[in-house]
Ligand binder design. Sequence first.
Ligand SMILES: C[S@@+](CC[C@H](N)C(=O)[O-])C[C@H]1O[C@@H](n2cnc3c(N)ncnc32)[C@H](O)[C@@H]1O
Length: 455
Amino acid sequence: SFVSAKIDEKFDLIIGNPPYIRWKNLEYELKQELSNNPIWNKYFNSLCDYLYIFILKSIELLNDNGQLIFICPEYWMNTTHSISLRNYMVQNGYFEEIYHFNETPIFDKVTVSIIIFKFVKSKETKDKIKVSKFYDNQKLSDEILYNLKNKIPFNNAEFLIVSQFKLNERWILQSDDVRQELQILETNCLKKNQNTLFNLFDEDKQEFHTIGEFCDIGNGLVSGLDKAFQVNGHALTENELNATINVVKAKDLKPFVIDNITKYIYIDEEGLEEEFFKENYPNFYNHFQKHKSSLDKRYQYNRNINYWEWVFLRNFNLFKKEEKRIFVPCKERISNKDYFRFALVDEGVFPTQDVTAIFKKHNTKESIEYILAYLNNPIVFDWLKCNGIVKGNIVEFSEKPISSIPFRVIDWSNENEVELHNLISHQTKIYLKNQDKSLLYQINQSFNKLFSITQ
Ligand SMILES: C[S@@+](CC[C@H](N)C(=O)[O-])C[C@H]1O[C@@H](n2cnc3c(N)ncnc32)[C@H](O)[C@@H]1O
């Protein structure tokens, strides 16, 4: 196989569509082959991908100024465990061009984002890389390829000039401005006492403060069939009215605020028999009958769930806390927007499964309004776009990705910072009342002042 083949020749051009398989998914024989391979042992380990050795060995096989052109997934440009491959590439040449296809179905049944890169083996380097991005999820046509190749602007394409990647950096296909902005955010969120020269060169050692340290986070409640639980203006008895909860659905979230609250049926009575259910909740009973067969087919989580019950009340105790909370859609498509929708919601309002809720931990001093404004900040948007869990054009906001967002904590011994925290909280409170767009600009200005304290 290519891994252990002894190849004495050198080449001016290598073109390929190499395999990519995580170590843990490799067959036993392939693992054995890699374990006996000097290149693998020198640069990689069991957290690496089969792809890496194909890239590195191909570069070894190039003549000076020889070119490597590969079509492959993009994930290794950004992950921690590919750092030795990336450093090898930075030290042995430069990129001339990269094409990035986001969600574009290039190969059947392959859903990862694909790149095509041209790397030149050289002792010299070049300042800039030509990057072309295509965002659409439609199949490629000759015309699209022609336009991309010739850098002819069209819808869903972006052409960027990106600085050559550097040692020990994640490779981010963004303009220098955005890269600088992300650097500012990360420096701001770095834990104190870590910023030593040693740590700066070891990306595993650098640690940010994260939202997860300061907030409790939980995904919303699962009814199993939302339309059956929505009250939708039915006339209700008083008993029934008391058996409803206020819920916000993802589609009703906006940045900072919500559009709409929906009433859902929620009967908090254990061991209720159908007979009593019918008697005590007659309108609910009638309403549920038309959905009964679908309700019975819901996933039962290994329990016997009555058709009037929610299937999974995960995080219910968290949601019952008597305090404001921040809601965000679990998934957000960003192909046509440049913001996320973190919204402040009153106590007593619950999230459904398409929403994740964020609560301040009890010892967090930063205000909920400050956290809200922070999460809606454009720099955090850019950071998440580059570093979050992004699949195609969809950014995921389940518990884990939200907890790992870097957080700009306030240094409470610094008057200037405290003042800016209070100002941001105040500006946000006013925005929540009147939604005057000019305040958003002011809030971002205040954050910029805060970020500039740490530079
Ligand atoms: C991503 S696929 C490329 C498919 C190719 N473009 C085609 O259309 O047939 C990677 C290919 O590398 C081959 N491959 C995997 N491990 C290999 C190895 N150790 N040596 C040589 N080829 C290998 C696989 O069989 C697979 O066909």
